[in-house]
Design a binder for this molecule. Structure first.
Ligand code: L3W
Length: 441
């Protein structure tokens, strides 16, 4: 059994409402944190080793300590609830079933950062969730945890919910800030980082929903205790949204000490591959991270069992960051066609590119066209090389990581499944009628 820190009470009936949440220990971390200094709260988060749960895995305590504090200038905390990464639906689960956990985390984090006006920027397609959050905010306010002079400490805090309008790019923190300000969500060049110049040019910290919810157990148990859970620099627990060809799709909380194999095949988690099929491949951290064939997925380059944590999911031909990503775990069985799936993703990134940078604007469209041609059995071998060339010229050449995110899945698909692309050229007639790919296990 993996330890649960966030979803521990998710099964309790009525936990969405203040009275039940409070009866089950809710808002203790606010009472505790507001007796500490803001610096002490930041220190606990630093000690916990918490890393950003949105995708980048950046140390949260470090990000918080970067916030500029110019005299007389308001600071803001913004909760990034624009969860749109294909395969990722863990924040939706948290907000829908445990809204008070997020609000509690936001109050503590706002206090630590000195944010009297805090925002939740939520994905437009999560149309039913703002009402849930707004009810939780109203309940917290009615019980003295939000508004003026919280718990008679002199700390004031308001939380506002801002709905997005259905653009994936608005999950990128600077695009989110632009959108929050009422403008088109075009990413800004960094630096300056939001911690120095963010919303309305004020110091701003943007953190993911799960990251901010994790502040609650960190304060309740202390940063050092939290850091004992997990392994190495992968401390605490992580939510994984598991989907694809598995028996038990859903949102799971893991403590980052279990292996990928255990996660896929154990009854406690994904329950194995659906319909008794074989595991072909997996995208372990949301569509922006590389697809891995079964052999590389289950074992690291050193031949050791691959574990569900940031470090163990950091090789496999992926130069930047970690494949833990946003925790969107997409499993493919033996019948899945990698070319077709890569095309689907390319279409998504082309649609979501903001169009600001030429390599992304032009490159995503070009990749989509080539992938469609190959998938339909109308491509040439040189198209595969062209595709490789295009993706390599997008990576690193755009303002924001959407370009990289569009390039990486294509690079990984060609790197690990080139024979499947070639099959679509050499077996053109079959590729036009067959809807699945070659076996890779
Ligand atoms: C101040 C410095 N702040 C870094 C801050 C920075 C940001 C955080 C991480 O992209 C990735 C992307 C997606 N002073 C700082 C500093 N910061 N240096 O630290 O920054 P960075 O640049 O490493 O990442 P990012 O731009 O935030 C996020 C990947 O996550 N991803 C995401 C998918 C989408 C979702 C979703 O829909 N929920 O998760 C999945 O892999 O591709 O690479 O706050 O300001 N010197």
């Amino acid at each position: 059994m993996s330890r649960k820190l966030l979803l521990e009470n998710a099964h309790i009936e009525g936990i969405r409402y203040y009275d039940v949440y409070r009866k089950n220990g809710g808002y203790r971390s606010v009472e505790k944190a507001l007796k500490m200094t803001p610096e002490e709260v930041v220190e606990e988060v630093k000690k916990s080793g918490l890393r950003g749960r949105g995708g980048a895995g950046f140390p949260t305590g470090m990000k918080w300590s970067f916030i500029a504090k110019p005299e007389g200038v308001p600071r803001h905390l913004v909760c990034n609830a624009d969860e749109s990464e294909p395969g990722t639906f863990k924040d939706r689960y948290l907000m829908e079933f445990l809204p008070h956990l997020l609000i509690e985390g936001l109050i503590v984090s706002s206090y630590a950062l000195g944010s009297n006006t805090t925002y939740i920027y939520i994905r437009g397609e999560y149309a039913w969730i703002p009402d849930i959050l707004e009810q939780a905010i109203a309940e917290a306010k009615a019980n003295g945890f939000l508004g003026k002079n919280i718990l008679n400490t002199g700390f004031d805090c308001e939380i506002y919910v801002q709905r997005g309008a259905g653009a994936y790019i608005c999950g990128e923190e600077t695009a989110l800030i632009e959108s929050l300000e009422g403008k088109r969500g075009n990413p800004r060049i960094k630096p300056p980082f939001p911690a120095v110049k963010g919303a309305w040019d004020r110091p701003t910290v943007v953190n993911n929903v799960e990251t901010l919810a994790a502040v609650v157990p960190i304060i309740n148990m202390g940063g050092e205790e939290y850091a004992k859970i997990g392994v190495g620099r992968s401390t605490g627990t992580k939510l994984i949204s598991a989907c694809g060809n598995i028996n038990k799709p859903g949102v799971y909380e893991i403590d980052m000490t279990i292996s990928v194999e255990e996660f896929i095949f154990s009854e406690e988690w994904c329950g194995g591959i659906k319909n008794g099929k074989r595991l072909k491949a997996c995208i372990p951290g949301g569509s922006s991270v590389p697809i891995l064939p079964a052999n590389l997925l289950l074992k690291t380059a050193k031949g050791e069992p691959r574990m569900m944590n940031y470090e163990s999911l950091a090789d496999g031909g992926f130069a930047t960051g970690t494949m833990m990503g946003s925790g969107g775990f997409i499993v493919f069985d033996e019948d899945q066609c990698v070319v077709k799936n890569t095309y689907t993703l390319a279409r998504f990134y082309r649609h979501e590119s903001c169009g600001q940078c030429s390599p992304c604007r032009e490159g995503t469209g070009w990749m989509e066209k080539l992938l469609l041609r190959l998938e339909k059995g109308q491509g040439k071998t040189s198209d595969i090389d062209l595709l490789w060339d295009i993706q390599s010229k997008i990576e690193g050449n755009t303002i924001c990581p959407l370009g990289d995110a569009a390039a990486w899945p294509v690079a990984a698909a060609i790197r690990h499944f080139r024979d499947e692309f070639e099959w679509h050229v050499t077996h053109a007639a079959e590729a036009q009628t067959r809807n699945y790919g070659l076996a890779h296990y």
